[in-house]
Design a protein around this ligand. Structure first.
Ligand code: NCN
Ligand code: DMD
Length: 356
């Protein structure tokens, strides 16, 4: 399924992009006056291979939940059971992601890829547990390569199912206590940075716990023999398995699945940024189908986005996850595309253009 998905991914169509850019310039507004929105609409035209690009709606948020063996190293102040408790909260409609999704008219699907407790069946929950949390990456690989591939393929499957049910835009979401530690390790490896540059304070930690967290990320890289940038697909899978989480792998899969279906994927925060590095290492063309919804307060997120060449749309200093930043960006992206559908040209509206 992974190989088939990678084979189906096409890079952006340069003709559709050129056509979209030329069309932007004919619309009744000064050239470039919509700033980044013009760039977004042109990118989505390239991704879809058509101008104007289809409206990215309805949109679907997929929240992938998983636990982390590295939690045992004391890298977060929150107990691990908050992951399963927050999954219940998503399903009951009580989380920030539910409020933002309701505001934006986006559906919410929760996928258990590796929560360390059993969840009851219920509407809105997709049960795809690969393990009861990963192993401690500071002691050895967090997952086997086989588990990492299964998690990737779970994300691909979720993308396929959501698109088959009518979604025309996918938004990444995550829930996993301690997953900012795994995100920092992935970003250090894939962007070739020192752990101190890419480790952040996650849910909010003091200076002492922060120093310890950086040391744990360093331990994980050393134990797993990872240093410098990795680029080949087989190395990418090994690195993902060594220091990633089930939700990182599944989000990378969602990105690849969305790209293969030519449906835009809005990336959320640092967890999605780390997952996008993995997806890009497997196929850089997948990035042509991604929009960075926002920039989170985690320092590793800016590093990941810079490395990927993606420009975040919104910067509200969020550090929540769940898909919150991606959800806030969705109406902005819809507005960018709607301009291409609705706005009159200078010719059609009889508006005089600026003399050249
Ligand atoms: O999206 C982000 O950039 C982000 C930044 C900080 C924290 N989080 C969320 O907080 C949890 C992980 O934080 P921590 O401190 O336990 O590693 C996890 O559930 C993430 O969704 C998310
Ligand atoms: C309460 C809480 C909600 C979250 N949502 C995403 N990560 C989270 C972490 C915590 C601790």
């Amino acid at each position: 399924m992974l190989a088939e998905t990678l084979a189906a991914i096409r890079p952006a169509d340069p003709h559709a992009m050129a056509e979209a850019q030329a069309y932007q310039d004919r619309l009744t507004k000064p050239r470039g006056s919509l700033g980044q929105l013009e760039e977004i609409a042109v990118r989505l035209a390239g991704a879809a291979g058509v101008t104007p690009p289809p409206m990215p709606e309805p949109a679907a948020l997929a929240i992938f939940a998983g636990d982390h063996g590295v939690h045992a190293r004391g890298v977060t102040p929150w107990p691990q059971e908050v992951t399963v408790q927050m999954v219940a909260n998503f399903l009951a409609g009580g989380a920030v992601a539910n409020a933002f999704a309701a505001q934006a008219g986006v559906s919410v699907t929760v996928v258990d890829v590796g929560v360390a407790a059993d969840l009851p069946d219920g509407p809105g929950l997709v049960k795809r547990k690969i393990g009861y949390g990963t192993d401690d990456m500071s002691k050895g690989p967090a997952m086997s390569v086989d588990q990492a591939v299964r998690a990737l393929e779970t994300g691909i499957g979720v993308a396929r199912d959501l698109v088959a049910s009518g979604a025309r835009c996918l938004i990444t979401g995550d829930m996993g206590i301690a997953n900012t530690t795994a995100s920092a390790a992935l970003i250090a490896v894939f962007a070739g940075r020192d752990p101190a540059e890419v480790t952040g304070r996650g849910t909010g930690i003091d200076d002492e716990m922060y120093q310890h967290k950086v040391d744990v990320v360093r331990d994980a890289l050393r134990t797993n023999g990872l240093s410098g940038s990795l680029i080949s697909p087989s190395e990418a899978l090994r690195a993902l398995a060594a220091v990633g989480g089930f939700e990182h792998a599944a989000i990378a899969g969602l990105i690849l699945g969305g790209a293969a279906a030519r449906v835009p994927v809005i990336l959320d925060g640092v967890i999605a940024g780390a997952a996008a590095l993995v997806a890009a290492a497997l196929d850089p063309a997948a990035l042509d189908h991604c929009v960075a919804g926002h920039r989170s307060a985690e320092p590793g997120h800016a590093v990941a986005l810079d490395h990927l060449g993606l420009r975040p749309l919104v910067d509200l200093e969020l550090r929540l996850g769940e898909g919150s930043g991606g959800l806030l960006a969705h109406p902005v992206i819809c507005a960018a595309v709607r301009v291409m559908h609705d706005v009159a040209t200078f010719d059609s509206a009889g508006v005089t253009e600026k003399p050249v």
